[in-house]
Design a protein around this ligand. Structure first.
Ligand SMILES: Cc1cc2nc3c(=O)[nH]c(=O)nc-3n(C[C@H](O)[C@H](O)[C@H](O)COP(=O)(O)OP(=O)(O)OC[C@H]3O[C@@H](n4cnc5c(N)ncnc54)[C@H](O)[C@@H]3O)c2cc1C
Length: 447
């Protein structure tokens, strides 16, 4: 067994920068990964999905041009789109490889597991370190549906292996992964069916956000099968899925996007005295510490909000904590977005969540149809909502559904980080005619 300064398990969004920072300080660092360096985001998540959506949404927007008087047939060369996706992913992955090599990190490309307290083994090598970081992320959850196992279904991991557009696609799961990829495929020219057991898509978001998104999905010709479960899947050349109302759907391809499971099974964390929570995620306190001294966990595997920016920011907070600082995992304003069209962007609390904290909550909503830019560009499907504390007047959160709202929601995020009240937003003079101009108008509804 070799003794090193730092062990990092998982080359995810926080693991790599943490390992690089430590190595640059002169620590001897060993990084384990059982897959491709860069983790989910670079290889199977954000990077390929958003590069793919760049083509799909460009096609969707061009078709939308009809309502503006723009004519022309639009088609997507799916093979070329996927080639570009692979090339962009390759560039990012190479970048990670180079960064890790340049920092002098020793990489063990094998599945790591604990064999004792702070002892990690993989690929026939065994190491121990006083500081260990677990950043092993999550994997797709594949539900137990009779017949599904053994069929050539796709998950987000294999989705970008296809190069020929299927004519018909079944998507199990109406969460953000199923919706983004499903809408993307529809915009590439595929006939898409999305099946979800919830009564609405993006069931965790507010009902009117789901409603606006549903309108967008239906406009792309997607068939939604809501409050439905698959009871059987068969594959014989093509897929046939039976739903719980007895109806049957046929398709050439099937994407399973029904949730995520933490990558903890192989870790054997208990051998190092590291407790998991009820759902199998690594249990951490507010300072990322596990139940084993010297072992920390960040990102998706620690049950943190499952986003790249969270895992990345976790590593910065952990660095601060290890240096004696006071940051915790919770002292941040968190935003995220679903990159469908319309986009559904969120920051902070919804009105419902804020009410549950016992606050005096005020919420106002402005439809995009009342914003000049929305009317001029015919982007009227959506709304902006602001949630504020009735006493302190501080902004608590926002929901923004519409065109590129993931960009715009940062205005609210910045106000929240600065601790602004809604009155600061209300008196701001925003540029005409922009979507951002709708934000002071939204705040004005509180006067
Ligand atoms: C299709 C899709 C689209 C997404 N889009 C977005 C988006 O637009 N924006 C956003 O913020 N987030 C997005 N996400 C989520 C984002 O990808 C994750 O939140 C992020 O990658 C989590 O990073 P992480 O550091 O927790 O771990 P990961 O990036 O998941 O990395 C974990 C690493 O650990 C390795 N590993 C696991 N177990 C072991 C083991 N026992 N031994 C050795 N190595 C191990 C894995 O091989 C992997 O490389 C998306 C996810 C998916 C699936």
């Amino acid at each position: 067994m070799e003794r090193v300064d730092v062990i990092v398990i998982g080359s995810g969004q926080g693991g790599v920068p943490f390992a690089v920072d430590r190595a640059k300080r002169g620590d001897r660092v060993v990084l384990f990964d059982r897959g491709r360096l860069g983790g989910s985001c670079v290889n199977y998540g954000c990077t390929p999905s958003k590069t793919f959506l760049a083509a799909a949404h460009t096609a969707g927007r061009a078709r939308h041009g009809k309502t503006l008087g723009v004519r022309g047939d639009v088609s997507v060369d799916f093979g070329a789109t996927i080639d570009r996706v692979r090339s962009v992913v390759g560039e990012w992955r190479d970048g990670v490889e180079k960064k890790v090599a340049a920092a002098g990190i020793e990489v063990v490309r094998a599945e790591a597991s604990f064999t004792g307290e702070r002892i990690v083994t993989a690929g026939g090598q065994e190491f121990t370190a006083p500081l260990i970081l677990i950043d092993t992320g999550t994997s797709p959850l594949v539900p137990h549906v009779p017949g599904l196992a053994g069929t050539p279904y796709m998950t987000n991991v294999t989705f970008f292996d296809q190069r020929v557009l299927p004519k018909r696609l079944l998507v199990m799961g109406g969460g953000y992964i199923g919706l983004e990829l499903g809408q993307g495929m529809a915009r590439c020219g595929c006939q898409v069916h999305i099946i979800d057991s919830n009564a609405r898509v993006l069931a965790r978001e507010e009902a009117d956000a789901s409603e606006a998104l549903t309108k967008g999905l239906l406009a792309d010709g997607i068939s939604l099968h809501l409050s439905r479960k698959a009871t059987e899947v068969k594959h014989d050349g093509g897929f046939e899925m039976t739903l719980d109302d007895g109806s049957k759907l046929s398709a050439d391809a099937l994407l399973v996007a029904t949730g995520r499971v933490p990558n903890t099974a192989a870790l054997q964390a208990e051998k190092s005295g590291i407790a998991l929570d009820k759902r199998g995620y690594i249990g951490i306190d507010s300072r990322f510490a596990t139940s084993c001294q010297g072992v920390y966990a960040i990102g998706d595997v620690a049950g943190q909000p499952a986003f790249t920016h969270v895992s990345w920011e976790d590593h910065r907070r952990l660095e601060d904590i290890l240096a004696g600082g006071v940051r915790t995992r919770d002292d941040r304003v968190l935003g995220y977005s679903t990159y469908t069209e319309p986009q559904v962007a969120r920051v902070g609390m919804t009105a419902e969540e804020a009410k549950q904290t016992g606050r005096d909550v005020r919420a106002v909503t402005l439809p995009l149809s009342e914003i000049a830019r929305g009317i001029e560009w015919d982007q009227q499907n959506g709304f902006f909502r602001l949630v504020v504390d009735g006493q302190s007047e501080k902004i608590l959160g926002a929901t923004m559904v519409g065109y590129e709202t993931a960009e715009l929601v940062h205005v609210i995020l910045a106000h929240m980080e600065a601790g602004s009240t809604w009155r600061v937003l209300e008196r701001s003079v925003h540029i005409h005619p922009t979507f951002a101009e709708g934000l002071p108008s939204l705040a004005r509804l509180l006067t």
